[in-house]
Ligand binder design. Structure first.
Ligand SMILES: NC(=O)c1ccc[n+]([C@@H]2O[C@H](COP(=O)([O-])OP(=O)(O)OC[C@H]3O[C@@H](n4cnc5c(N)ncnc54)[C@H](OP(=O)(O)O)[C@@H]3O)[C@@H](O)[C@H]2O)c1
Length: 340
């Protein structure tokens, strides 16, 4: 997908706000003025400070994401910001509160309107930049490690795309909160150095050497207890084969573009469990769990236990450069869009 910056003229009359807009799938996003909608009784209008860029946003703008959106739409599923206005029945937040929020789309904009249930207050000692990293990257990491894999202290975790947004969140939570050890796999030596600087015990460059052989050597032939897999294709199979007896593998994504199949004999031989994690589905299917993940993450932030890693900040007008930065595999950690 070739991307460039376009800007449409502001509409006359109504109060508006700037937003990134996907008007045609696979085409560059536009930055356009949109009219501010009226609030429903339980809705909140938030002045967005930062919106997290996720791989899913790119897939959605290509029409390749599992949740389809018809253009025109504003991408962006998470943000940090300040409450501007509340609907008449809102009680959870007040004007001026700093919040993080989740929304299927529409967060890559100066303003976002969401239900009060989709907002959580940011503790005073957590910056708006760091808070913007928590919902998707840390939320997925928490659900994968804690809720799905039931990670235990002193267990060993293998994570692929380890220098990515979710990869670094997995390393941070696994080490700092769940007291586990992490082997992080990534696609270049600088990315390997980054994961080591951010808490991984070992790094494996899977673009150069056999992932399975390296993990076997690092674990003395035992394998890892838990694997969180984000790349797919042949990497998935190598990770599956790197599990220890009664190991657990969590399918998180397919950044490499190929959805793998699971040879069932590999599950049987070592009594292995394979499972998936899909962060946003928990918001609909198990909101109390989803919300407790968010509250736990904000609490870790308040206690200084976690250190979100932001690799790049782009302005709203640079949203297409931000998409390209991730697409071209140049990004490390979280990429966020600043509305300032
Ligand atoms: N299931 C869920 O709820 C959930 C939530 C969040 C993310 N995810 C998924 O998890 C994966 C990682 O997400 P993220 O937000 O951490 O992404 P990210 O920060 O953009 O990292 C993606 C990484 O994937 C690796 N990669 C391997 N092959 C690639 C390719 N062909 N093109 C681009 N990247 C490639 C790259 O790392 P290397 O160069 O080191 O290989 C890249 O840095 C994505 O597939 C995403 O959709 C799923």
């Amino acid at each position: 997908m070739r991307l460039c910056i376009l800007r449409l003229p502001a509409q006359h009359g109504a109060r508006g706000y700037r937003a990134a807009l996907c008007t045609q799938l696979t085409q560059p996003l536009l930055v356009q003025d949109l009219p501010a909608p009226r609030l429903q009784p339980r809705q909140v209008r938030v002045r967005v400070h930062y919106s997290g860029l996720n791989f899913a946003d790119i897939l959605a703008c290509q029409g390749l994401y599992q949740e389809k959106h018809a253009p025109p739409f504003t991408p962006g599923m998470e943000f940090s910001g300040t409450v501007m206005e509340t609907g008449e029945n809102v009680s959870a937040v007040k004007e001026g509160h700093r919040v993080i929020g989740v929304t299927g789309i529409s967060a890559m904009a100066e303003e976002c309107v969401v239900d009060e249930k989709a907002l959580w207050q940011i503790p005073d000692n957590v910056s708006s930049e760091d808070a913007a990293v928590l919902p998707v990257a840390y939320g997925t990491a928490w659900l994968a490690l804690h809720h799905r894999a039931h990670l235990q202290p002193r267990e060993t975790v293998l994570v692929t795309a380890g220098a990515g947004a979710t990869g670094l969140a997995i390393i941070d939570l696994a080490v700092s909160v769940f007291q586990a050890k992490v082997i992080a796999a990534a696609g270049s030596d600088p990315k390997c150095q980054l994961v080591l600087a951010n808490g991984a015990s070992h790094a494996v460059n899977y673009s150069q050497n056999s992932l399975r052989e390296q993990v076997t050597a690092l674990t003395g032939g035992r394998g890892v207890d838990v694997a969180i897999e984000a790349v797919g294709g042949d990497i998935f199979k190598a990770v599956l084969q790197s599990l220890a007896w009664e190991g657990r593998i969590v399918v998180m994504g397919f950044a490499g573009g190929k959805i793998p199949s699971i040879p069932a004999n590999l599950l049987l031989l070592k009594n292995v469990s394979a499972m998936g994690v899909y962060w946003s589905r928990y918001q609909q299917e198990d909101f109390p769990l989803f919300s407790s993940a968010m509250s736990s993450l904000l609490q870790y932030g308040r206690e200084g236990k976690i250190r979100p890693y932001i690799g790049a900040v782009f302005k709203l007008e640079e949203v297409n450069e931000a998409f390209n930065h991730v697409l071209q595999r140049k990004s490390t950690g979280k990429v966020i869009i600043s509305m300032k």
